[in-house]
Design a protein. Structure first.
Length: 663
C-alpha cells in the first residue's frame, strides 16, 4: 500500500476518533501556581524562597509536599524537634515516611545513634539498604547482632552498587568483630570492580587492606600493566588484587584477561579466586555472544563459587550452544532466591526435559516446576503455560467492585493527593505517593480488592500507568480491563491495520514504552505515547511523505501514533517480520539486533534471553508478552507466545536488506 493512500485513510479515521482519553487537569486552585513554584525552588535548593512561600499553601491539597520540600531543603540545619513536629503534623502520609527516611540517613552520617534509634521504629517503608545497615551497625555495637544479622548485612551491602556510608561502616565493624570474613569484603570489592564503581571498590579494600590502596588504584587505572609487571605485593593480598585486575581487564579485553589468567596467574590463585576470575571472564564473553564463553566457564571447578549473575550468563551461553546439561548445572548452583525466579524455573524445567532419556522423576519435576509459574501474566509464565499444552487466554474477570469499595478508594487521601499532583504536572511526586499508598508491603497496605478499587479509580481518571501498575499487584484475580487498557482504540487499531501492523503488537509496545502517558519524555529525549526520538521522527516523516513536522508535534497523540506505527512497520519489514528483532531495534536501535542475530539459529526465547543489554532483554520479553495478552483481548481467542517468537538467526543471502538506513 502507498503511504499517501494510508495518510489519506488515516485522516478519515482521525476525524471520527474518540475524544482524548487521558487525564484532564482539574479546576485550578489558587495555590496551584505556588505549589509549582515551590517544586522548582526545591530543585534549585532555594531554602529561603521555600520558607517564604510555605504559608501561602497551608490548607492546599498538596500542602504535605510543600512542607516536605521546605524542611528537606534545610534538613541538615533543622532541629530534632522541628522534624518531630513535621512527622506528627503529617502522620501516616508518604511525606512523613519520606522525611523520616532522609532524617535517619542524616543521623547515621552524624553517628547520632541515640536519635537514630528513637526515630527508627516509625519508619514504615523499610526499603532503604543504607538505613537498614545503620540499624545493623547499632545492633553490632550494642552486642545484639548474630549470624543472621551478618547475612542480612552482606545482602544489603552487595545490593548497593554505589559507594555508601551506612553499609560500609557496618561492614567495617562486622569485619573488625569477626562477624564477616575477609573473603566477604573482597567479594564486595570484586562486585564493585565488575560494575565499574571504583569508589565502592576502594571502600571495600580500605576495610580489609588499607595499606594496599595505592596499588589498588594502579590496578584499577591499568589492569593490563598491573598484571604484567606491577603486582608487587605477596601472598593473599596479591592474589586478591590480581583477581580484581583480571575482572577489570575482562570488561575491556576478555581474551587478553583469559590469556593472562591461563598463562601467568592461574597457578598462583586459590581455587575460589581462580573460579571467580574465570566466571567474570566467561560472563564478559557471554555478554559479547562469543562462542568461547562456555570454554571459559568450563575452567570453573566449583560453580557455587560464582555469583548469581555469572551463573545466569553461564546458563545463557549454554542455551545458545544447546548444552542442556550445563544449563541444569548452572541453575542448580544459583542461590535459592535466584532459582525461584520464573526465568530459571522455566529453563530448569526445559533442561530436565531435554535429555535423550528423560526419567519419570525428571518429567514429574519438570511438570511441577512449570505448573508453579504457569499463567498469562508474564513471558516465562506464558511459555510455561504452553509447555503444559495450554494457550494464553483472558482470565475470568473478578467480581464487580461494590459501591462501598469504590467509595473507599475515592475517600483515600493519599490516592486523591497523588492524582491531584499528577494532574498538576508533578508526575514524579504523584507516582511515588500512589505507589506508597498501594504498596502491599507497607503496614496497613492494600488487600487485593482495595488494589482493584484503586486501579479502577486511576482508570476512571485516565491515569493509565497507575491503573496498570496497581492492577498488576493482585495475585488471586486479574482484571484485564485494568491491566491491558486500550486508550485511543479507534485510532490505534485503524492506524495499525491500515499499514499492516498487528494492533496487539502496537498496544504491547505502547504499554511498555509509556504506559499510555501522553506527555511521557525519556532522559534522552524520546517523546509521547510511542517514545519517538526527534531524529527518528524526522527520518520517518520523510519516508512516509509527511511534511512540515515540528518538534512540538511529537507530543500530539495523532502525530505520535502516526509516526510511531510507521516507524515500527518499517523496522518490522527490515527484520523480515520478526517481532522480537523489531522490538529490540525499537528499544536499542537497529544496528545492535542486526549483530545479535548473527550466530546459530535459535528459538526465539533463547535469543531473547541472550540479548546483552538488560534493559532491552527485559523490554522485548515484556513487549511480546503484552502483545500476546492484547491479542487475546482483541480477538477473544486463545493465543500463542511461541508462535510470535519464532526462530532467530543470520539473514540469508536471499533476504534483501530493506530500510538499511533505519536510525
Amino acid at each position: 500500500m502507498q503511504w499517501s493512500k494510508i495518510l489519506t485513510s488515516l485522516a478519515a479515521v482521525l476525524a471520527v476518533s474518540a475524544p482524548l482519553a487521558f487525564a484532564q487537569p482539574q479546576v485550578p486552585n489558587p495555590g496551584d501556581d505556588t505549589i509549582l513554584e515551590m517544586q522548582q525552588a526545591f530543585r534549585k535548593g532555594d531554602k529561603q524562597r521555600l520558607q517564604q512561600l510555605l504559608p501561602a499553601v497551608r490548607g492546599h491539597a498538596l500542602e504535605p509536599w510543600a512542607a516536605y520540600w521546605a524542611l528537606r531543603a534545610r534538613l541538615d540545619e533543622a532541629s530534632a524537634q522541628e522534624v518531630q513536629d513535621f512527622l506528627q503534623r503529617y502522620a501516616g502520609t508518604y511525606q512523613e515516611d519520606r522525611l523520616r527516611n532522609d532524617w535517619l540517613l542524616l543521623l547515621g552520617q552524624r553517628r547520632d545513634w541515640a536519635q537514630f534509634a528513637a526515630f527508627l521504629p516509625g519508619y514504615r517503608m523499610g526499603d532503604d539498604h543504607e538505613v537498614r545497615c545503620y540499624a545493623l551497625l547499632i545492633d553490632e555495637v550494642e552486642g545484639r547482632a548474630d549470624a543472621r544479622a551478618a547475612d542480612e548485612l552482606r545482602r544489603h551491602w552487595y545490593a548497593l552498587r554505589e559507594a555508601d556510608d551506612g553499609c560500609t561502616q557496618a561492614a567495617s565493624r562486622f569485619y573488625a568483630d569477626g562477624k564477616i570474613s575477609a573473603l566477604d569484603v573482597w567479594r564486595k570489592a570484586r562486585l564493585a570492580v565488575e560494575a565499574n564503581k571504583p569508589r565502592a571498590a576502594r571502600n571495600a579494600v580500605e576495610i580489609v587492606a588499607p595499606e594496599a590502596l595505592p596499588e589498588a588504584r594502579s590496578m584499577f587505572e591499568s589492569p593490563s600493566k598491573y598484571l604484567l609487571s606491577f603486582a608487587t605485593t605477596r601472598g593473599r593480598l596479591r592474589q586478591e588484587l590480581v583477581t580484581l585486575a583480571l575482572i577489570r581487564l575482562a570488561a575491556s579485553d576478555v581474551d587478553n584477561a583469559a590469556r593472562l589468567l591461563d598463562a601467568k596467574w592461574a597457578g598462583q590463585l586459590s581455587p575460589e579466586e581462580r573460579n571467580w576470575a574465570w566466571g567474570a571472564i566467561g560472563k564478559q564473553a557471554a555478554l559479547r555472544l562469543a562462542p568461547e564463553a562456555l570454554d571459559y566457564f568450563a575452567n570453573v571447578t566449583r560453580e557455587r563459587d560464582l555469583s548469581d549473575d555469572m551463573l545466569a550468563w553461564q546458563v545463557r551461553a549454554a542455551l545458545r550452544a544447546g548444552q542442556w546439561k550445563a544449563v541444569r548445572q548452572a541453575i542448580d548452583a544459583m542461590s535459592e532466591d535466584a532459582r525461584r525466579d520464573s526465568t530459571w524455573v522455566y529453563w530448569k524445567a526445559r533442561a530436565l526435559l531435554a535429555g535423550r532419556h528423560v526419567s519419570d522423576a525428571e518429567r514429574t519435576q519438570a511438570r511441577q516446576l512449570l505448573e508453579s509459574i504457569a499463567g498469562p501474566q508474564g513471558f516465562y509464565e506464558q511459555l510455561a503455560l504452553e509447555e503444559l499444552g495450554q494457550r494464553v487466554s483472558v482470565p475470568p474477570a473478578p467480581a464487580p467492585l461494590t459501591p462501598e469499595e469504590k467509595a473507599a478508594a475515592r475517600a483515600n487521601a493519599a490516592l486523591q493527593r497523588s492524582l491531584y499532583a499528577i494532574a498538576l504536572g508533578l508526575r514524579s511526586e504523584g507516582v511515588r505517593e500512589w505507589n506508597y499508598a498501594t504498596n502491599l508491603h507497607t503496614p496497613g497496605g492494600m488487600g487485593e480488592r482495595e488494589l482493584l478499587a484503586a486501579a479502577d479509580l486511576a482508570c476512571d481518571r485516565h491515569v493509565w500507568d497507575r491503573c496498570i501498575n496497581t492492577s498488576e499487584r493482585t495475585r488471586s484475580v486479574m482484571d484485564y480491563r485494568q491491566r491491558f487498557p486500550m486508550p485511543l482504540q479507534s485510532l490505534v487499531v485503524a492506524r495499525s491495520q491500515a499499514i499492516g501492523l498487528d494492533p496487539a503488537y502496537v498496544y504491547g509496545l505502547i504499554r511498555q514504552e509509556s504506559r499510555f502517558v501522553l506527555d511521557a519524555r525519556s532522559g534522552v529525549g524520546a517523546a509521547g505515547l510511542m517514545q519517538i526520538m526527534p531524529a527518528t521522527a524526522r527520518w520517518t516523516a520523510r519516508k512516509i511523505g509527511l511534511t512540515g513536522l515540528t518538534p512540538d508535534q511529537l507530543a500530539d497523540r495523532d502525530t505520535n501514533v502516526t509516526l510511531g506505527t510507521a516507524y515500527l512497520k518499517l523496522v518490522l519489514d527490515s527484520f523480515d517480520g520478526s517481532m522480537l528483532l523489531a522490538a529490540a531495534a525499537y528499544n536499542a536501535g537497529p544496528g545492535r539486533p542486526r549483530n545479535w542475530r548473527n550466530g546459530p539459529v535459535l528459538e526465539g526465547a533463547i535469543w531473547a534471553e541472550n540479548v546483552p543489554f538488560s534493559e532491552t532483554r527485559d523490554y522485548v520479553k515484556k513487549v511480546l508478552a503484552n502483545t500476546t495478552n492484547y491479542a487475546a483481548v482483541l480477538t477473544g481467542q486463545p493465543q500463542s507466545l511461541k508462535a510470535r517468537l519464532g526462530q532467530v538467526g543470520p539473514r540469508s543471502d536471499a533476504q534483501a536488506q530493506t530500510n538499511a538506513d533505519l536510525p
